[in-house]
Design a protein around this ligand. Structure first.
Ligand SMILES: *[C@@H]1O[C@H](CO)[C@@H](O)[C@H](O)[C@H]1NC(C)=O
Length: 301
């Protein structure tokens, strides 16, 4: 049986090539390899850099394809796979979001990015916040969606109890086609129309490195008594599905409050957790608007 997601790979490759992007493998240190889609030199010249960080499913380019098409004429777009997703891997023991952030920052510097806006979803936005803290020179601005600053134990327990799961790894990493469809239904506002065979192919294509991904999931959750307040020097714009069934609007408002005064929040109507995939037109319009307002503001600075 041929995997449909494997068949799609060359199609994605050609499509992204049309938008000026091609994949590179960057070694940040021996044993750590990051797959990152980078813009061609002619495409990226004199354009502001935007880096997309995906959530805890799929890979970079699969998650952000529509956004690449929407903004690559005005921005130099970089789309890495986070460690243990897609084509990125390390033999180092680090599994925390801070470790992901450190490695992503190193990979971006290797491909010549000195300053950028980070656009992140869910787990990827958590990595983005850590990157902003770790490397304020590199990260100028953050657009974060459907995320949380620190994922604490008691919050995870509430989500797991609500959906009837024993542990977080089981919730995030379905093993069967039905399990995946159920997970995607939780991530969507609307119904999920994925046939069984496609769900099986998706599991085979995107749920590699299961052991390491389970470790990432466990490292994402912080014990309640270790949660620390965060303060970022960068401005953050939050774009949120108004029907996110994991990180709901209470979490959105709380995140806005925690990040402080200059943080802004925009809801996408009828958007679920995977908002950039479910509502690409609304999401992209908002992304373009906020990115272009940044250019105007930085000219005024
Ligand atoms: C855990 O996170 C939730 C959602 O952001 C929040 O309401 C709650 O106060 C947090 N608990 C602790 C102990 O930090």
């Amino acid at each position: 049986m041929v995997n449909i997601f494997a068949i799609l790979k060359p199609v994605v490759w050609l499509l992204m090539k049309f938008y000026g992007l091609s994949p590179q493998i960057v070694e940040t240190e021996p044993g750590t390899k990051i797959k990152i889609w980078v813009p061609s030199k002619t495409k990226s010249a004199n354009k502001p850099n935007v880096v997309f960080l995906h959530g805890f499913a799929g890979d970079g380019i699969f998650s952000w394809m529509s956004q690449v098409m929407a903004i690559s004429s005005t921005h130099a777009v970089y789309v890495p796979d986070l460690l243990f997703f897609g084509g990125s891997y390390t033999d180092k023991p680090g599994r925390s979001t801070a470790f992901q952030a450190e490695v992503m920052a190193a990979a971006l510097r290797k491909v010549g990015v000195k300053k950028c806006t980070v656009v992140g979803l869910s787990y990827g936005a958590c990595v983005g916040f850590k990157m902003a803290k770790l490397d304020p020179e590199l990260v100028e601005f953050i657009v974060a969606s459907d995320t949380i600053i620190e994922l604490n134990e008691s919050f995870v327990r509430v989500v797991l109890d609500h959906y009837g799961f024993d542990n977080f790894v089981e919730f995030l990493m379905p093993k069967t086609a039905d399990g995946l469809i159920r997970f995607l239904t939780i991530c969507n506002h609307g119904p999920v129309n994925l046939p069984q065979f496609a769900a099986k192919d998706f599991l085979r294509e995107f749920y590699n490195n299961r052991k390491e991904k389970a470790e990432l999931a466990e490292a994402w959750v912080i014990p309640d008594n270790e949660v620390k307040p965060i303060s970022l020097s960068q401005k953050v714009h939050l774009v949120w599905g108004d029907d996110d069934k994991i990180f709901n609007s209470n979490v959105a408002e709380r995140t806005k409050m925690q990040l402080g005064g200059h943080t802004t929040l925009h809801y996408i109507e009828d958007g679920g957790h995977a908002v950039q995939m479910e509502k690409p037109d609304l999401y992209n319009a908002e992304l373009k608007k906020v990115l272009s307002s940044r250019i105007i503001n930085s000219r005024e600075d």
